[in-house]
Design a protein around this ligand. Structure first.
Ligand code: BES
Ligand code: MN
Ligand code: ZN
Length: 498
């Protein structure tokens, strides 16, 4: 997709596959709608007179039958009452607009939407939301299809503005929106890839590809031997049953002075989770290829911050392993020693996410982080608690939790805070180790977070359980969440918000 903003005075004089104008509720046509009406010989006003569109937010009407070859189609988009726009309504309008544009079969479009700006909503913000939504709508999974699905025809969106200054502002917001969309698409693509392609080594390769040898970005890939030396017995107990070796992938983005403490993201990268010896039931087991969606969001974020050149330091860590049963796999009852020195009784080999994360979280200490956020498809219990609308948020720091909550609201990739109370901790007690890796049937998402909390006492930390938000079931597809929310959080910290 290509995006660009331009100063234009008369929409009627442009050449485009589709001219798009807002229709507000009420009788009066917006200036661009009136100009298109004039240049099309009254197409717009007669459609409105016929009652085909009443200006409700999210309504669309495509007018074809244009004689004038300059403008092939006109798309009218209902925007509700003029001047009353907010984020929520704008998202609805943008989604409808893009859907109608894709259905129109136009290759390019010219948007004359400037009149939608109001006190609480700028055309710049519209530009950012539009570019990210259009970039997301252009994504198709094609990697493993012998006859790849066709890509949408819509390739180019131009945005009309009334001044050169507005064009400059909108252009930078279009670019930002596109970078966010590309980051989210990156996470979707990695999530959608099958487990036989997207292995821990494949993920390591993706990190190397981001690393162009510049000082600003560096990668370090730890193999099993190096992890053993660091004492990562918990992480290594997960990959023990698989012939695919585990990898700890570290990506370092330096956008600010070295003295500035970095934000550290830690992603669960289980490239396939069979459950191990505590084998999962067969139905829907294929969906456990999505068990690396936390890692995928870390890759999406790293790609986007690099493109945006955010002026902060960020470390992305991915704990990548495959969880399979075999003669060399961990067994229920095995006791392993984590990098922190704490011992863990593996009562259920299917609670493997926390085992790889705890060692990655101990490794994160060395960066003296400003904050550490881990992202993981950690528990089925989280899906029961929150479903698909919110990721679970846990934190040992109220300020960090609030910042993440606000970032989620801003980009509509929401989180909901859950308790980390001390009382839950005793569910992890066992006579045979410092802790068990499961806390029984009650409060499963919380006890998983409580487990991680034992490894994150030295820094400000938040945990996102994305088991319910990272992918959809019908049709099956990775959503890319919470890449957008993490990017918003980091952009807010860098002063580059919205
Ligand atoms: N990757 C799963 C969590 C999961 C399950 C995410 C279903 C999305 C849908 C995780 O590794 C897991 O198996 N967790 C167990 C933990 C249990 C053994 C304490 C679970 O949730 O059943
Ligand atoms: Mn599991
Ligand atoms: Zn898992």
């Amino acid at each position: 997709m290509e995006f660009s903003a331009r100063m234009i005075t008369d929409p009627g004089q442009t050449k485009t596959g589709c001219a798009v104008a807002p229709i507000f509720s009420g009788k009066k046509l917006s200036p661009p709608a009136a100009q298109l009406d004039a240049s099309s010989g009254g197409l717009v006003s007669s459609a409105l007179a016929n009652g085909e569109l009443i200006g409700k937010a999210g309504q669309t009407l495509l007018l074809t039958g244009q004689r004038d070859a300059g403008i092939r189609r006109i798309l009218l988009v209902g925007c509700g009452p003029a001047g009353k726009l907010n984020e929520k309504v704008a998202r609805k309008i943008i989604d409808a607009l893009i859907k109608a544009l894709q259905a129109s079969r136009a290759r390019n479009a010219f948007l004359f939407m400037e009149p939608i700006q109001g006190d609480k909503f700028s055309y710049g913000r519209f530009s950012c939301l539009l570019a990210s939504a259009a970039t997301l709508a252009a994504y198709r999974y094609r990697e493993t299809l012998s006859k790849p699905t066709a890509l949408p025809r819509l390739q180019k969106i131009l945005l009309a503005t009334s001044s050169a200054g507005a064009s400059r502002a909108c252009n930078s917001k279009l670019l930002q929106g596109q970078q966010i969309g590309n980051g989210i698409n990156r996470a979707r693509q990695l999530g959608n890839l099958p487990g036989n392609i997207c292995t821990p080594s494949y993920l390591a390769e993706q990190a190397r590809k981001l690393d162009k040898g510049e000082d600003q970005f560096s990668t370090r890939i730890l193999d099993e031997k190096q992890m053993r030396k660091l004492g990562m017995g918990a992480l290594l107990s997960v990959s023990a049953g698989s012939t695919e070796p585990a990898r700890l992938i570290v990506m370092h983005y330096k956008g600010a002075a070295a003295a500035q403490a970095p934000y550290v993201l830690v992603g669960k990268g289980i490239t396939f989770d069979s459950g191990g010896i505590s084998l999962k039931p067969g139905a829907k087991m294929d969906e456990m290829k999505f068990d690396m969606c936390g890692a995928a969001s870390v890759f999406g974020v790293m790609q986007a911050v690099l493109a945006m050149q955010l002026p902060i330091n960020i470390v992305g860590i991915v704990a990548a392993a495959e969880n399979l049963p075999s003669g060399s796999a961990s067994k229920p009852g095995d006791v392993v020693t984590s990098m922190s020195g704490q011992t863990i009784e593996v009562l259920n080999t299917d609670a493997e996410g926390r085992l790889v994360l705890c060692d990655a979280l101990s490794y994160a200490e060395r960066f003296k982080p400003a904050a550490v956020i881990d992202i993981a498809t950690l528990t089925g219990a989280c899906v029961v608690a929150l479903g698909a609308h919110a990721s679970a948020l846990y934190s040992n720091n109220d300020r960090l939790a609030d910042q993440l909550g606000r970032a989620g609201e801003t980009c509509h990739d929401r989180v909901w805070r859950m308790p980390l109370w001390e009382e839950y901790q005793k569910q992890l007690n066992t006579p045979f180790a410092d802790m068990a890796n499961i806390g029984g049937p009650a409060a499963g998402s919380i006890t998983a977070a409580c487990f991680l909390a034992r490894f994150t006492k030295k820094y400000r930390w938040a945990h996102l359980d994305i088991a319910g938000t990272a992918w959809r079931h019908a049709p099956k597809a990775a959503t890319g969440r919470p890449t957008g929310m993490l990017l918003q959080y980091l952009m807010d910290r860098a002063g580059a918000g919205s």
